[in-house]
Design a protein around this ligand. Sequence first.
Ligand code: NAD
Ligand code: UDP
Length: 333
Amino acid sequence: MSTTALTILVAGGAGFVGSHLCETLLQKGHRVICLDSFQTGREGNVLPLCNFPTFRLVRHDVARPLVLSEKLDRVYNLASPASPPHYQADPVGTMMTNVVGTLNLLELAERNGARLLQASTSEVYGDPEVHPQPEDYVGHVNCTGPRACYDEGKRAAETLCFDFVRAKRADVRVARIFNTYGPRMRADDGRIVSNMIVQALRGDPMTVYGDGRQTRSFCYVSDLVAGLIALMEVAEAPATAVNIGNPEEFEIRELAERVRDLVPTSSRLVFSALPQDDPKRRRPDISRARDWLGWEPKVSLAEGLPQTVAWFAAEVTPAVPAPLRVARSVGAV
Ligand code: NAD
Ligand code: UDP
């Protein structure tokens, strides 16, 4: 990590991961511009960051043309809904955010001579036939299904990134992020960790899709942020994408039981159909992150889940946040 103070744009910085990333970068002494449409992001995530004089918040849709007055050193592109219910609510918008938005940010990075990190996803592997998933696995994605707007949007975004690299137009790094959880997920996010915790806290039925034998590997958000920064700051850009995730693999049913062990609740598990194209198994091969970045996760599910439960326990009966003043974009911001 450089000790120089950098000017860093975090697109999608008001979201779950983005707000933690902004906070860590500010704590390291950098200037951070958080750019967000607030489609799924929350003002409450970034309100405390406004105490840093080096923080600026801009409301803007990355799929619209983008000009910034500041000279940028780094661009993190996290702008995209990530939860299946949220990215499927406006599938065309999701595709445009990921394709046009990524192109706009790549061109911004090119104009600034800035490095760009693209937040890609394990969804580029689709419902994988190779387990665990190494980066050279090309994936098994249904391009016409309900998840395609996200999976194919992220795959096209990766294509744009590596086309910019081949044309020497920008220094780009691509992180393939596996399921990440932690404080600041929305209570209505719809992903498994937040759903199980919120349902258990409210005494509602805990919704398990399919038989709950499908697996995911859960990474705590502080580990992900450390991995993203390590990839952004490694001197030589890896020529390929890099998986960032925690290889500890769990059946969804087991995750639900672990939440029930932590939350005194009357909630019962209720089972319903597995959504179309839902991946059956997922676990990252993180050899490249270990070898190239010297990064590996430090927080096990046994440590991270109680911290997340504690945060949601306060969140599900929240105080009303103060209104936030946000600069509005008019094309040039
Ligand atoms: P999130 O929904 O909490 O955050 C996404 C942020 O992007 C939100 O603040 C949202 O308002 C913003 N955004 C969406 N569309 C935008 C647009 N057109 N213009 C500007 N801002 C826009 O999701 P997250 O979990 O924090 O995910 C962050 C990034 O990491 C996403 O790109 C996601 O695809 C990727 N990712 C996350 C996970 C995970 O498990 N959290 C896994 C794989 C990939
Ligand atoms: N899932 C579930 N109940 C829920 C939400 C999700 O059983 O309330 C399942 C979902 O079908 C998937 C897994 O949990 O098999 C992880 O889902 P999530 O939406 O968190 O992430 P993704 O499918 O994108 O990995």
